[in-house]
Design a protein around this ligand. Structure first.
Ligand SMILES: Nc1ncnc2c1ncn2[C@@H]1O[C@H](COP(=O)(O)OP(=O)(O)O)[C@@H](O)[C@H]1O
Ligand SMILES: [Mg+2]
Length: 598
């Protein structure tokens, strides 16, 4: 029994890939089946009591014509009260149950979407814009819920209500019912054509909404650039276009949707008129029936209007909701760009030697960024990566961090392929300081502590002191408890970089990666930080990228990387003696002569 897959999974496997609707329904019903079953039962009661109330109308009319039958009057009166009370209670129960199941589904889907997002590698975020993701996560789960609600309410409550009412109609006036059954579906058919347009317009509207979010987001994060380059008119132009697009699409959408309702109104009016006339004319010698029967029929017919209208619009709502559902499943099914190996093992403790074996890499699959790099970064030593911009230095660090996997070749830490290592053990080994420091909206203390959640306050302050960050943190209005706004916009580049270095200090990892870690510092703080870095790189495998050669002259080893290949490798003295690329770079930076060689 335990090996056998549950029915829903077996079903899911058999579904064609594009049956998103079936998939959504199966997933949701399986998980919330009790709620949906109870809600469905309540809906059946709603349908039954609605039909009964239409039938009662006839009883009321006929009873009123025989008021002397007191017993019947009381029975009918009590019956009406009971039926309406019953209907109200059943309606309440199904509404609450549906809402609860729906809210649960939205919550679950949003969590699923987000955890899926967290599992994606950096490459995924290079190609998916944040505003798009924002929209998908917030809107698509709601759309899924709307689709489920519409289907359950439509197929159970509305459909059975309609069936019940039609049954009452036939019971009271079979001939008139036949005629109305021909008119009704013809009207519904007229609506089908509108549906296709709605689907298209809805997809466009979502896209327009994405553009609005993008513009606002870029204005906020890029506020300085916008101001500095006077980009306000251009941004406002972009916004204008997007807003107008959404507006005109929303109008189009409303026009399409709104057209369905008057259409039904007209048809209903015509239908009632014909009923009145037909019942008086008495065609084919049909007896017109009692006034009660006619009243009951007309009531049932009118009551059928609402569920029939909703059923006819059901497809519009489902079609538009499916746009969101597709978005949701696209995101949930997006191939994972970087996965932990299935049988991942923690990295064995070691001195922290990093090695690359014939590593090839490309971001987009055709332009090669690293062309067979083989290099060893000895444990406990500092190796400097130098070379022209765009040569692949940062990319090499990305591969050591396993933000991407090499297309070919291996990255090893202490002889173990990092592809087979568990993510946590790999991340624990490495500290990284980059050009830009991302700060979360939390306090300075919390931002620093990210590097090591169990660090004590003293340890954090100690690390900040080593990184020469303590001085300026102390001067902030709230010290270490100062809230950092959206990505720390009130801190200078150098201050943020020092926070980043403090994080690395706190991390105490055996491997330290520095990518232009001192580039944003003024020369005074650079001297201080370089001194700090010299201290923390003691006995730590360090790979440092720096444009200023002054930063790398103390390195134990230099690698010259150009166009994805390592052209020169050795100690500073060896490379200067080689009189090659590094020497040329050195001469440019130190003014030609031999003066700075030592
Ligand atoms: N996320 C990315 N997606 C696509 N191409 C990239 C990405 N990052 C860098 N590149 C490209 O890879 C090459 C190497 O970049 P990079 O490693 O940053 O060089 P360096 O750090 O030596 O200046 C460049 O041609 C750059 O355009
Ligand atoms: Mg770089």
């Amino acid at each position: 029994m335990t090996q056998k897959k549950p029915w829903n999974e077996r079903w899911l496997e058999r579904l064609p890939a594009d049956s998103l609707l079936m998939r959504l329904l199966l997933e949701s019903f399986q998980e919330h089946r009790w709620k949906y079953m109870a809600a469905s039962a309540a809906m059946l009661l709603v349908a039954a009591s609605t039909a009964l109330s239409a039938w009662m109308m006839g009883e009321i009319i006929d009873t009123l014509s025989t008021p002397e039958d007191r017993m019947r009057v009381f029975m009918v009166g009590a019956g009406v009260a009971l039926i309406f009370a019953f209907k109200g209670a059943a309606f309440y129960v199904q509404a609450v149950l549906m809402a609860r199941a729906g809210n649960r589904i939205v919550a679950q889907k949003q969590m699923q979407l987000y955890s899926r997002l967290l599992q994606q590698g950096v490459a995924f975020f290079n190609t998916n814009e944040s505003s798009d993701l924002l929209l998908k996560i917030t809107q698509s789960a709601q759309a899924a819920r709307r689709v489920i609600d519409t289907i359950v309410t439509g197929f159970i409550r509305d459909l059975f209500t309609l069936v019940g009412l039609v049954a009452v109609m036939f019971y009271q006036q079979p001939f008139l019912s036949l005629i109305s059954l021909i008119v009704g579906p013809a009207a519904l058919y007229g609506l089908q054509k509108i549906l296709r347009r709605v689907r298209e317009v809805m997809a466009q509207e979502m896209a327009g909404l994405g553009e609005i979010i993008k513009v606002v987001q870029e204005t906020s994060t890029g506020a300085r650039v916008v101001k500095a380059f006077g980009l306000e008119p251009r941004m406002s132009g972009r916004m204008d276009v997007a807003v107008r697009q959404v507006e005109s699409r929303a109008n189009k959408m409303v026009r399409l949707e709104a057209a369905t309702m008057p259409l039904l109104d007209v048809i209903t009016g015509l239908a009632i008129a014909s009923i009145v006339i037909l019942s008086a004319v008495n065609i084919f010698g049909q007896a017109p029936g009692t006034p009660g029967q006619l009243m009951s029929f007309v009531t049932a017919f009118l009551m059928a209007y609402e569920p029939a209208k909703r059923l006819s619009r059901m497809r519009v709502i489902i079609e538009s909701g499916m746009v969101g559902v597709k978005m949701m499943y696209d995101l949930l099914d997006a191939p994972q760009t970087l996965l932990e190996a299935e049988n991942a093992v923690p990295l064995q403790a070691g001195p922290g030697a990093v090695q690359m074996e014939d590593v090839r890499f490309s971001y987009n699959g055709n332009e090669s960024v690293l062309n067979g790099v083989s290099v060893a970064f000895p444990a406990g030593k500092t190796t400097a990566l130098v070379g022209p911009s765009g040569g692949g230095k940062s990319t090499l660090l990305n591969l050591v961090l396993r933000l991407y996997d090499p297309t070919d070749g291996k990255v090893l830490i202490d002889g173990q392929d990092i592809k087979m290592a568990s993510f946590t053990s790999l991340r624990d080994k490495i500290a990284f300081v980059g050009q830009d420091t991302f700060l979360f909206s939390a306090t300075v203390m919390e931002n620093l502590r990210l590097a090591r959640p169990d660090a004590t306050e003293e340890e954090v302050i100690e690390a900040a002191k080593i990184a020469h960050a303590h001085e300026f943190i102390d001067k902030l209005p709230g010290g270490y408890e100062t809230q950092i706004g959206e990505n720390g916009s009130f801190l200078s580049g150098g201050q943020r970089q020092r926070l980043s270095i403090a994080r690395a200090v706190l991390r105490r990892a055996p491997i330290l990666l520095l990518d232009e870690a001192t580039s944003a510092l003024d020369s005074h703080s650079e001297v201080l930080v370089r001194d700090a870095l010299a201290r923390i790189t003691q006995g730590v495998t360090t790979i440092v990228i720096a444009h200023r050669l002054s930063t790398v002259m103390n390195a134990d080893c230099i690698c010259y990387l150009e166009a994805g290949e390592i052209l020169e490798q050795g100690s500073v003295q060896e490379l200067l003696a080689l009189n090659g690329k590094f020497k040329a770079l050195h001469d440019v930076q130190f003014g030609g002569g031999t003066s700075a060689a030592e």
